[in-house]
Design a protein. Structure first.
Length: 311
């Protein structure tokens, strides 16, 4: 079943509307917007915005960004570049421009939301690009979260990132939400394990465990919460992700208590950008990272199941 949408935007002089298969359509929409901007049409955009809470979240992440900039640059792991980061995989719609040379976010915005990413992303991207003063053609790379997360939401960000990459001829890299959650803690050089957990509903979590230096202890997967709690074997952990409090509430009383519980509705966009700068475009592919099939089944599949049941 095709996911249809109608997007009406007023980012530029005239509104445009689009109806069609969503992922394909949004990619072409981004390409259209890029070409409009490149043709010299002056965008009519609101100023870069974001709540006080959003700015404080980014400021908190910037401390880690500064540290990682020095560390990764000193190792020769990251070249100086301009990164556009996009995240729509969970309960936020966010974008940022990172300059790795100065170790700063030039512009950023994050809007908390559970639904409506498709309508919010393009205007938000327009504001971030306008606030940065950077053209799409000047970007070196686009980084986007690939999941696990909302099946619809993550495809919104992926489609936009691919569209921009196609129009501007820039590489697009994918960052998993579990990695983006764990990265700030790993950057602190702690010895304790880090458990990244995302609510997968139905008493399950998307789950990954890494050591304090980032070495994988448990590969990403979707498992029942009771099985996730078996990670107590690794010692007192740092719990991060939007399911961190869910795990903390059911943590065994006879096990070492979590050292910290960091419940965030979505990863920090600054870390999506930094990870995007560090990964290899040939291996960090911008494609959905689902870990399980969607809950919503296509109508044709349901009809086939009904037919089989009746036969």
């Amino acid at each position: 079943m095709k996911l249809l949408t109608r997007v009406k935007l007023k980012l530029f002089h005239e509104p445009i509307s689009l109806t069609g298969t969503f992922v394909v359509s949004l990619s072409y929409l981004v390409k259209y917007l890029y070409e409009k901007a490149s043709s010299g049409c002056t965008p009519k955009l609101p100023p870069l915005c974001g709540s006080k809470a959003n700015h404080s979240t980014i400021a908190h992440g910037a401390i880690f960004c500064e540290w990682q900039a020095q560390t990764l640059a000193s190792r020769g792991s990251v070249s100086f570049m301009l990164i556009l980061a996009i995240d729509t995989a969970l309960d936020a719609c966010a974008a940022a421009i990172l300059d790795t040379r100065t170790s700063k976010l030039i512009a950023h915005e994050s809007m908390p939301m559970k639904r409506g990413h498709a309508e919010a992303l393009m205007p938000l991207l327009g504001r971030v690009m306008a606030g940065s003063g950077i053209a799409f053609a000047d970007l070196d790379r686009i980084a986007v979260t690939t999941g696990p997360g909302s099946f619809t939401g993550l495809r919104v960000g992926l489609a936009a990132a691919r569209g921009i990459g196609l129009a501007a001829s820039k590489p697009v890299v994918g960052i998993t939400t579990l990695t983006a959650y764990a990265a700030p803690v790993v950057s602190e050089n702690m010895d304790a394990p880090v458990i990244a957990a995302i609510d997968a509903r139905h008493d399950h979590v998307y789950f990954q465990v890494v050591s304090g230096n980032g070495t994988s202890l448990v590969r990403p997967g979707v498992i029942p919460i009771d099985e996730a709690l078996e990670a107590v074997q690794f010692g007192a952990p740092y719990l991060v992700g939007n399911a961190a409090e869910i795990l903390a509430a059911r943590w065994p009383s006879d096990a070492p208590a979590p050292l910290r519980v960091d419940m965030q509705p979505a990863p920090e966009i600054s870390w999506v950008a930094w990870l995007g700068a560090a990964v290899n475009p040939e291996t960090a592919l911008a494609r959905p990272y689902y870990l399980r099939a969607p809950d919503a089944k296509p109508q044709s599949s349901l009809m086939q199941q009904a037919a089989l049941a009746a036969s």
